[in-house]
Design a protein around this ligand. Structure first.
Ligand code: NDP
Length: 604
């Protein structure tokens, strides 16, 4: 914790804050919870169309055979491909909905897009590619290009399918292979399938009455329309010079976009429901010397040091020393290690005063920067630090001092009330707009094989989600499931998590590649027994006490599933990512044979 004892609020202040947080939460809880949103499909499908490819060229459907099909070409899929190559697997086909590699960095090219995790730990495979980022926080385009760099280095372009979505996966027992069907008519075979479909990939829209009536221009931030705005992610949106632009949403994306719109648009209306915490950004150029890039393995060391600290483990030094590591003690509320000891009494005794001190500091930052008292008042966040994803910007609050920026608070009306042909209605006032941008985030858990949109049929035609409907998800370590041979799942289910998610993905990729290599070496298939799954689920459940109370006191958002619903069974590994990685490594070294089963037939 960074706060000193004299800064810690007294008991009376803490009691007042608790009351204030409760009221702010009650202002925002909606009975419809997550049902308030609409997905960007069907009649709203144009919000999800790919603006970065022109006409997609036709091609003949594929009917061939590959060793490994990877579903998704974001960092998860790319890293799986790279790690498979390192294990000597030659035939790897990545299937990606976008027109190139990059995943979230392919789609999110909005003005101001950056990663707020330090580039030297966020960008994977820096040791392997010899690349050293020059900024502490990299722009999105640099990250996207790095994804492409890894793909080129490991020759992943050769067999990749872009602008293609996998529509079903079906295990063929006789062939001992998966049949991978796509929306381009492909039906090819793959001995193994690795799914890497991401967690925040499907844009969502608020279910606001009249949204379809808007006659101006509209798009979602993850499909920024530069053809309309002009400019690039670095700004220069000259076509907005005479436009009134409304933006809905002030999460991590909105905080990056709004200062850019403020510079270029005639007027910007920011429709805010819950203010984010916006901490110091302090982006700066870095040298190789600054980040210790002077010896082999420097990036791995830095990344591991970072993971230890943000996972609540001890480390001799804090190499990255940014707001994430400095506030790691407070962010433990998001972490399994906190959940383990996460009784309310512990929180009040150990964390609450430090949390309040941090939030007071962030509220003071608003007051010190924003000149209009009413606007400053509305921008102050009233909840605990780990309730919402922290954001970082040195340009966000100053944007509200500009004459061409208006903050419209929508908390009392649970978001914007209505969209009309001309604009947006809040509290009976209509804000006339030429352009309406949705920075309203992404559906969580609605893509990929765990969503039902990509049906998976395993042995005997068993459908994955139906098999899990009664008992909840069943896996060993989150990667493999009984009845679904040679299917390797990357993602957050039953697995570890961290703010530095590319690190998690890389460890997952290493594990996936090791599973494939072991199965190939033994001429086996990868499939855990039900007993192995039972043991893993029991391990997940055993140390996962009720930690819901913390999020139950938060304002709604995707961290607390919009305040609704409990998952069916444990969803995540209940300790730190560091501990999880040690378990995987130990298991690979000593027990991997337990999931290698004899192949039922010779391969076609
Ligand atoms: P979020 O889901 O975090 O934010 C959505 C925003 O839309 C919220 O402010 C929400 O308000 C608002 N909203 C939704 N419905 C309405 C409505 N009806 N009326 C008014 N406002 C509404 O999405 P983001 O795209 O900002 O971020 C998603 C995630 O992407 C982040 O949490 C982060 O993990 C990642 N990200 C990472 C970045 C990085 O630098 N590493 C940068 C950007 C994103 P409310 O809070 O009240 O629900």
């Amino acid at each position: 914790m960074t706060t000193t004892p004299q800064q810690l609020p007294a008991a009376a202040e803490l009691a007042a804050l608790r009351q204030r947080y409760r009221l702010e939460r009650e202002r925002r809880v909606r009975p419809d919870g997550a049902r308030q949103y609409r997905s960007a499909d069907a009649e709203f499908g144009y919000y999800a169309a790919d603006p970065y490819v022109g006409e997609v060229a036709g091609r003949e459907p594929l009917r061939d055979t590959v060793d490994v099909a990877v579903v998704g070409g974001g960092f998860g899929g790319i890293l799986a491909g790279a790690r498979l190559r390192r294990e000597g697997v030659e035939s790897v086909r990545i299937v990606e909905k976008g027109g190139d590699f990059g995943g979230t960095w392919y789609w999110n090219r909005y003005p101001g897009v950056h990663c707020d995790i330090e580039s030297h730990v966020y960008l994977p495979m820096l040791d392997e590619t010899g690349y050293v980022p020059e900024w502490k926080y990299a722009p999105g385009e640099e990250i996207r290009r790095h994804a492409m760099r890894i793909a080129r280095k490991f020759d992943l372009y050769t067999d990749a399918l872009f602008s293609t979505s996998v529509t079903s996966l079906t295990w063929d027992e006789e062939l001992g292979a998966w049949i991978v069907a796509t929306d381009r008519g492909d039906e090819f075979r793959a001995t193994y399938v690795v799914t890497a479909t991401g967690t925040l990939s499907e844009p969502k829209l608020p279910g606001i009455p009249g949204i379809e009536d808007f006659q101006g221009h509209t798009f979602h931030t993850s499909r920024w329309d530069y053809a309309y705005t002009g400019g690039t992610p670095d700004g220069g949106m000259t076509a907005l010079a005479r436009k009134r632009v409304g933006i809905v949403g002030t999460g991590a994306t909105g905080v990056q976009v709004i200062p850019m719109l403020a510079e270029d648009a005639a007027h910007v209306y920011v429709f805010q429901r819950t203010p984010s915490t916006v901490d110091v950004r302090a982006n700066r150029r870095t040298t190789a010397h600054d980040v210790g890039a002077d010896h082999d393995g420097w990036a791995r060391e830095r990344r591991e040091n970072y993971l230890r600290i943000v996972s609540g483990e001890t480390a001799e030094r804090d190499l990255v020393a940014d707001q994430w590591t400095v506030s790691a003690g407070l962010l433990e509320k998001l972490l399994p290690s906190f959940r383990r000891q996460g009784e309310r009494q512990d929180f009040e005794a150990v964390y609450e005063a430090a949390d309040a001190a941090k939030m007071n500091e962030l509220r003071a930052r608003v007051e010190q920067t924003v000149t209009d008292p009413d606007t400053a008042h509305k921008l102050k966040p009233w909840y605990r630090y780990a309730c919402k994803r922290p954001t970082f910007s040195d340009r966000y609050y100053p944007a509200f001092n500009r004459a061409n920026v208006t903050l419209v608070d929508t908390a009392d009306t649970h978001g914007i009330e209505r969209v009309t042909a001309d604009g947006v209605v809040v509290g009976g006032t209509t804000y006339e707009l030429d352009c309406l941008v949705f920075a309203t985030g992404f559906s969580v858990g609605t893509s990929g094989i765990h969503s039902g949109k990509l049906p998976v049929h395993g042995r005997n035609g068993t459908q994955l989600l139906r098999a899990w409907a009664q008992e909840g998800p069943r896996t060993l370590h989150g990667f493999t499931s009984n009845g679904f041979p040679n299917l390797i799942q990357l993602g957050i289910l039953h697995n570890a998590s961290s703010v530095n998610f590319t690190h998690i993905l890389d460890e997952q990729a290493v594990h996936a590649a090791a599973l494939v290599a072991a199965a190939e070496a033994k001429g086996a298939v990868v499939e855990p027994s039900r007993e192995a799954e039972d043991a893993w689920i029991a391990a997940l459940a055993e140390d996962a006490p009720d930690h819901e109370w913390f999020h139950a006191e938060c304002t709604p958002g995707y961290y607390n599933r919009e305040d609704r619903g409990r998952p069916n069974g444990p969803t995540a590994y209940p300790h730190s990512a560091v501990a999880f990685h040690e378990i995987l490594k130990h298991w690979r070294e000593h027990s991997m044979d337990e999931i290698l089963r004899a192949r039922a037939c010779t391969r076609a």
